[in-house]
Unconditional design. Structure first.
Length: 326
């Protein structure tokens, strides 16, 4: 007898308070800061929830006003946040983001050390949502934090897969959190064994140790050679993305958007693609939805997405064409 699945997607991760100066100001000149809530896993779950899937976010938060602000912001998008582990100890993570302008790059300052999530252990894992999920989603951002979090994610993956769930993994490399050498140690098995993997072209090249200048197709071919199973998506920035399901590979272009909310666009892309992948759609259609979700996210400030399924459906007519590679 098949097991009823309460959740389409369950994920574990840290969401933080993000502060940014208004407009094009530098942090050191700002006297007022905008407050947002964001985290890769919860951003992706919010996108999936807004597209109609049942999602659940597991985390560990400090039981104070800031922790409740974070949980409320995530739950407002329809994500089930009832499985959060609350603690009277520690603190919530914070980061500061200074948007770049023209030749000045964006700047991120993390203030997340000793956060409640960084001390999460396997004992904090609620088993029911993982045992009744169709998919467990994880990211390299969480793996970069602490040994305790890494053990937690490995145990969560074991619980979910033992109950029949599939696994998706977003490499999501952050140089301010760890080195690529460290990422290889802890992410290799996630990249090689997950049912679906997301990775950026630059990160794929670095992870593979490619130093020479080669084509996007060649990088993707080397990446696929390291994948034991499943589907793979490699994003190409403004040039779109490539995807392979083990049978065929396609490349999908996208339309550049000068947006106001760059943060969270990659997570929206993942949500759009995951939505199609879980419906069993062809690669082309899943990539179209991924690009549409990312484009829409770029039009709104903050880290969390605010699109609807109907809005993405209307925008799909402006998507660039597909190019069949193999």
């Amino acid at each position: 007898m098949s097991v009823a699945r309460d959740y389409d997607v369950v994920s574990i991760g840290e969401s933080m308070i993000r502060y940014s100066p208004e407009g094009a100001q530098r942090l050191e000149q700002a006297r007022r800061l905008e407050l947002h809530v964001g985290g890769s896993e919860s951003n992706t779950l919010a996108g999936l929830s807004r597209l109609g899937l049942q999602t659940c976010w597991i985390s560990r938060l400090t039981n104070n006003a800031m922790g409740r602000l974070i949980s409320g912001a995530v739950a407002a998008h329809g994500v089930d946040a009832h499985w959060i582990r609350w603690t009277d100890k520690d603190r919530v993570g914070v980061y500061y983001f200074e948007p770049g302008e023209e030749s000045r790059p964006s700047e991120v300052i993390y203030d997340r050390a000793h956060s409640a999530f960084s001390s999460m252990t396997p004992d904090d894992i609620p088993h029911p949502p993982l045992q009744r999920a169709k998919l467990f989603h994880a990211t390299g951002i969480s793996l970069a934090l602490t040994d305790s979090v890494r053990r937690t994610l490995l145990e969560a993956r074991k619980i979910a897969t033992n109950a029949g769930a599939k696994v998706s993994f977003d490499f999501n490399y952050r140089a301010k959190l760890w080195t690529m050498a460290e990422a290889r140690v802890h992410c290799d098995e996630w990249i090689e064994q997950s049912d679906l993997v997301f990775i950026a072209l630059r990160d794929a090249s670095d992870w593979l140790g490619i130093e020479e200048r080669i084509s996007e197709e060649s990088v993707f071919a080397r990446l696929l050679a390291r994948r034991a199973k499943g589907s793979t998506v490699m994003t190409l920035g403004a040039h779109g993305a490539m995807a392979c399901d083990g049978r065929r590979t396609v490349s999908q272009g996208t339309i550049p958007v000068h947006g106001v909310g760059r943060l969270g666009a990659g997570d929206a892309f993942s949500a759009g693609y995951l939505y199609g992948w879980m419906q069993g759609w062809e690669l082309e259609k899943s990539l179209q939805w991924a690009n549409a979700a990312a484009r829409n996210k770029l039009t709104t400030p903050g880290d969390l997405p605010w699109f609807t399924r109907q809005e993405l459906e209307r925008s799909l007519g402006t998507e660039a064409g597909n190019r069949l590679i193999r």
